[in-house]
Write a protein that binds this ligand. Structure first.
Ligand code: FES
Length: 121
């Protein structure tokens, strides 16, 4: 099984925007374009049942639309109450035209964050 999942064409997602990509195997994925750099996390908020793709993206923070908890998109780190569990992140693969996620690999920012804190995110 390939662990590479198609997310969107590169030109579909403008900087500062995000979208949900349904995925039956790992659960829905949220893909973000932060100033021209793509990131992907689980779409489901870790606090309760909410789609982060329906939230507000400002700089590198996504605010959940239900209770307004926040996550740092590049690392998946929960930063604002009531979110306490970090988001799953996925490593991005960008080709000439398209954006993919490797669903078996964490984003490099998440791993660096885990190294810095001594605990996995
Ligand atoms: S469901 Fe996201 S903060 Fe509560």
């Amino acid at each position: 099984m390939s662990t590479r999942v198609f997310l969107c064409p590169r030109d579909e997602l403008a900087p500062g925007s995000l979208k949900k990509v349904p995925n039956a195997e790992v659960g829905d994925i949220c893909v973000y374009n932060l100033g021209g750099t793509y990131y992907a996390t689980a779409d489901l908020c870790t606090h309760a049942t909410a789609s982060l793709a329906e939230g507000d993206l400002e700089d590198d923070l996504i605010t959940c639309p239900v209770h307004w908890g926040q996550f740092h998109v590049p690392s998946g780190r929960a930063v604002t109450f009531p979110c306490e569990r970090h988001l799953r992140t996925y490593r991005i693969i960008v080709t000439d035209k398209d954006v993919f996620a490797d669903v078996e690999a964490e984003a490099e920012e998440a791993l660096a964050d885990a190294d810095a804190t001594g605990s996995p995110v």
